[in-house]
Design a protein around this ligand. Structure first.
Ligand code: NAX
Length: 329
């Protein structure tokens, strides 16, 4: 067995947290030879429920779970102490009648404190994945409040969108999800995201050629992916949880595993100005990893129609950044 790593999960008693913790503790994420100490962070009124989650973790008797630390959101530095990964799931969900701008203003301050506490307490090699919405802008706020942490350590989760898109293409083409590659989501984790089917392949061929129905791709496919979260809420009466937890696992795996040659994955990271996208925005790109650092895949071409989609989602990210500029030191 290796030395344990420490993984913090905020919102640990929420529905994504509940679907996520057991998969991390069981060794599915970091491997059966990598012990993990889980740091569970919740708001004070939910600490009782968190005790119950801890009991259930105990009752699984996972050989890879080397310990559990609990902390409330008034003591974030205890929660993030020496953590190698911080998975920021906790945030206030959008309620009926709430505009996106309202949600940004409510959740923004959570992420100023999160950024400061990560900088003060986490391990030197910490990497952060923000899931709580609006995840790109929350990530931007946390990053801005932790200036000593290198900017390439910050990620916002786009993998649920990628997985949704891959699954739709596989179904439509009659192929398997394993046949679909390079299904990049560009931009914001919101209804403006651009699922880039033109550069995706199915069985090694351009997805558009395999599907053979460009108007289905431009209209039905994109809308289905963009609005999938709402469709799950409508059907299930609750927002995506198991699939979101799964996407969080996939994101961390993609970060820590060298990307197979010729492939890429989607995550929102701090733009370096590639593709003319403002430096410093937390924007989703096609990425590759060498097992520890990401690179943006270069040379991806967009036609005029697709470029307009990318421009629209980037414009939304800039608007969100303007909405929270007082939270960005
Ligand atoms: P839940 O409401 O079930 O759980 C959220 C938990 O966070 C609650 O237990 C709450 O007490 C806790 N919390 C709130 N403020 C906190 C704080 N300051 N510190 C620590 N914990 C805090 O929501 P759930 O369904 O688990 O979703 C969590 C977040 O993920 C939401 O913001 C949601 O919008 C977002 N999502 C993001 C996705 C993505 O692809 N990036 C997809 C799924 C999901 O919608």
């Amino acid at each position: 067995m290796k030395a344990p790593i420490r993984v913090a999960v905020t919102g640990a008693a929420g529905q994504i947290g509940y679907a996520l913790l057991f998969r991390i503790a069981s060794g599915q994420l970091f491997g059966k030879d990598q012990p993990v100490i889980l740091h569970l962070v919740e708001v004070p009124p939910v600490m009782g429920a968190l005790d119950g989650v801890e009991m259930e973790l105990d009752d699984c008797a996972f050989p890879t779970l080397a310990g559990v630390v609990k902390a409330d959101s008034d003591h974030l530095e205890d929660g993030f102490a020496d953590c190698n990964f911080v998975l920021c799931v906790g945030s206030v969900p959008r309620k009926a009648g709430m505009e996106r701008g309202d949600l940004i203003r409510i959740n923004g301050p959570i992420f100023t404190n999160t950024g400061k506490a990560i900088q003060a307490a986490a391990a030197k090699d910490v990497r952060i994945v923000v899931v709580g919405n609006p995840c790109n802008t929350n990530c931007l706020i946390a990053m801005a409040n932790a200036p000593d942490i290198p900017r390439d350590r910050w990620y916002a989760m786009m993998m649920l969108d990628e997985n949704r898109a891959v699954s739709q293409l596989a179904k439509k083409s009659g192929m398997t999800v394993a046949d679909v590659k390079n299904m990049t989501i560009w931009g914001n984790h919101s209804a403006t995201q651009y699922p880039d089917f033109y550069n995706a392949t199915i069985g090694g061929k351009p997805a558009a050629d395999v599907i053979g129905d460009e108007s289905w791709l431009q209209d039905t496919f994109i809308e289905t992916v963009q609005k999938r979260g709402a469709a799950v809420i409508q059907a299930r009466g609750a927002s995506s949880a198991a699939s979101a937890a799964n996407a969080c696992i996939d994101t961390v795996k993609n970060i820590i595993t060298p990307t197979p040659a010729g492939e890429s994955f989607s995550a929102a990271i701090c733009s370096d100005g590639s593709y003319g996208i403002d430096e410093g925005l937390i924007c989703s790109f096609p990425l590759t990893s060498d097992g520890s650092n990401w690179s943006i895949k270069q040379g991806v071409k967009q036609n005029e129609w697709a470029q307009a989609k990318v421009d629209a989602t980037v414009a939304e990210l800039k608007e969100e950044r303007d909405t929270v500029k007082d939270l960005l030191p």
